[in-house]
Structure formats: structure tokens, C-alpha cells
Design a protein around this ligand. Structure first.
Ligand code: ZN
Ligand code: ZN
Length: 122
């Protein structure tokens, strides 16, 4: 997310609250939401099906219960933290793809290890 501080705009990861320092790789979602590479790596392996419907922070889409989601397990309170920021599986995969394609980012993934989630019909 973005906030104004000392007359300038500070960009931070919604999920862990870390401020962007121009070295950390980040990806932007809707309405200024931001995900950093560190969080993405955690999310890829720690996403779990949600017990309840939720709204994805990056995509702003309503997701049904059962959708894989990730929330930072130990985010420290900071001015840049979005305290309610679930990350959905579609966005995790999209972000991984984006980081993977970026030659400046030291991140490669094997998409076959993280397949799309089948859409479960109620
Ligand atoms: Zn982060
Ligand atoms: Zn999403």
C-alpha cells in the first residue's frame, strides 16, 4: 500500500508491512496494494484453504470458502501494514509468474508444482 510521509509517497508490502527500499522486488495489485517477493515465497508453500469466503487483497475479487489463501503468520505492526490482507491462490500464481519473468529478480518457479486450484462448485 501507499502512504504519505514527510511529503513523499512511501510504498510498502500490504502483507508484511515492509517499506520498499528500491532493492526489494515488489508487485502491484489493484488500488495500490503491493506484495513483496519475500511474502510471495512464503505464500507459495503456506497457502491453505480458507474456512470462509474472503476478498483477495491484490485482485479485490470475492473468493468462496475453500479457496487457498495466505495471510502473513507473524506480520509486525508497522505504518505500512495492511492488518487485514488475505492473498488468494490466483494472485500467488500470477505474482510468481510475474517475478519469474523479470530478469532483474532472482526468483524462478516451476508452475507444475503449484497448479491452479480447481474451481469447486457448491
Ligand atoms: Zn511482504
Ligand atoms: Zn487475488
Amino acid at each position: 500500500m501507499q502512504r504519505n510521509e514527510d511529503g513523499g509517497i512511501v510504498i510498502s508490502c500490504d502483507f508484511c508491512g515492509v517499506d520498499w527500499d528500491e532493492a526489494l522486488s515488489m508487485i502491484e495489485g489493484h488500488q495500490g496494494s503491493v506484495l513483496c517477493l519475500t511474502c510471495l515465497k512464503l505464500a507459495l508453500d503456506d497457502a491453505r484453504p480458507s474456512d470462509e469466503p474472503f476478498k483477495g487483497t491484490l485482485c479485490l475479487s470475492e473468493k468462496p470458502a475453500g479457496t487457498n489463501r495466505w495471510i502473513h503468520p507473524q506480520a509486525e505492526t508497522s505504518p505500512g501494514l495492511n492488518p487485514d490482507a488475505p492473498l488468494c491462490w490466483d494472485c500467488i500464481r500470477l505474482a510468481a509468474k510475474g517475478f519469474h519473468k523479470d530478469p532483474d529478480v532472482d526468483f524462478r518457479w516451476d508452475s507444475s508444482l503449484y497448479p491452479p486450484q480447481p474451481v469447486t462448485k457448491p
